[in-house]
Design a protein around this ligand. Sequence first.
Ligand code: PGA
Length: 249
Amino acid sequence: MKPLIIANWKCNPATALEAKNLYSAVVEGVKNIKEAETVICPPFIYIESLAGTPNIEMGAQDCFWEALGAYTGEISPQMIEDLGCKYVIVGHSERRRYFFETDETVNKKIKALLQTKLIPVFCIGETQKERESGKSEVIIRNQIIFGLKNIPGAKIANRLVVAYEPVWAIGSGNPCDVKEAGKTGQLILKVIEEIYNSDVSRKIKVLYGGSVNSKNAGDYIKKGKLRGLLVGGSSLKAEEFVALVKKTV
Ligand code: PGA
């Protein structure tokens, strides 16, 4: 199975020209790596000018849960789909932290995405404080249960991607140990199996994200048995990101 490597550019870079240059360098670098699926999630405003290159998929970093209407500032799944995107990240810890997203709003967004052909990349993970107080498992369990509330198994099988992103590992230079990330990946599948069944859980991809770089990327896939990676900082340097993708195949 091809590893799924998703670049999350977050609120970067500052200009459309820099975005174009970064994108072109990544496209060139990964064009012969057919054994991995590479996805770029730029800020919304750059998507249209970058989309449409073969061998690389486009994604968005967030979406709204309604299709249309009087919701100033929002972007709907239908608009994102129309631009040619394949994936949409939802519930990223930065959205939960700075924009007060909750499991309930994440659930609405996943449901809205499942009305389109877009694939939700559903982010979950515990904070440092939750980890230190031994609550990681219950936090992850609840994020999955409430994030997927009232969503039928048939809708998510072969459609949903879950990204395990421990909040303490994001942008910290302190990645989660490969064994621990792999164990949490198994826990996520077990919780999905408990909610639905093994037929659904085996069709879900679990990725890891948090301080991934070209040195540790291969281990999460090959030793940790994760199905892909969500990459922030290391996706902003084309050479580093291309080297990272190469390590996963
Ligand atoms: P990072 O971010 O790779 O910079 O740690 C990952 C993410 O937030 O998706």
